[in-house]
Design a protein. Sequence first.
Length: 337
Amino acid sequence: MQVDTRSAVSDVMGTFNFNDDASITEEEFLFQLFKKKKEDNDPREMDRIMSKILKHSETQLLKAESLITDDGKPNIERIRTLFKQFDSDGDNSISIPELEKLITTVKFGEFKPQPEDIIKELFKEFDKDNNNIIDEPEFVEGVEKWLNKAVRVANTPDRTRSVDLYDKIVWKHKVYDKWDFIKSLFQVLLGIVMLTFLGGPLMVNILELSYAMSLPSFCISFVIVPLAMNAQVAMTALWRASEKTEGTASLTFSEIYGGVIMNNLIGLTTLLAIVYAKDLTWDFSAEVLTILVVCGIVGILAYSCTTYRLWTCLLAFFLYPFSLALFYFFQVFLSWN
């Protein structure tokens, strides 16, 4: 093998010579040597890499099937299934290009290692015979080792969730227990009680302000009151979305969808219950039809799309004035009063 002496010397000088004086002192040499040794032997980096790869394998490649059985043992059949997915060319081995293809699909969050560094660490961990490929026995043995570590670190009664909990522990995410659930439930109930007692006075004050400003009833019912009631939700959604992470984006969508569904279901159910109980005349066709049209548009979009492009936000913003215009059309032009 031919080695370019000048290039090799340049690489060594670039690694060890910090002050660019064309010489390597003993201090520079020892500092870089021990720094490299510490980085190579740092177990936390490998823990982070493997936790994300195992979690990605369970959630994406195996479609939420656990790599660990109910009794806490690695599921060998699913490990072999996973190997076949990694082995894209079907030669019963995982090569560097195949492993690199996998690495590009794994989301490492704030930890952004170089793909070549990950591949180097993985081959050091799995390739026992140093032939630059990972065969099936090596893969099964390596994954089995890390799954056993995940079970040991997670230490949870539900062994099938060990990989998920191991990932949260390694990345120092908060793991919620029963006390957190009870505390959250209490806060939700407290919030419901507060809304029950404060919602009425808030609506009265809004209506009195609107009447004092001589605003039409349509503007009061469908512009001012909705904005006042949903301002907090909108601000929370914008604040969470500004973090630009997958978790916060999912929580934002969940909160918005939950609010829309609960508002519509509870509102329509309460309305129908009152009309039925008091034997009132039905006079809400315009409101109900407007809600059904808007929910139908959102439902079709949610059913047909798994990824939301930027233009969908323009459609979402347009639905609010569209619903107002549609309701106004029903009331004024069709006389559904």
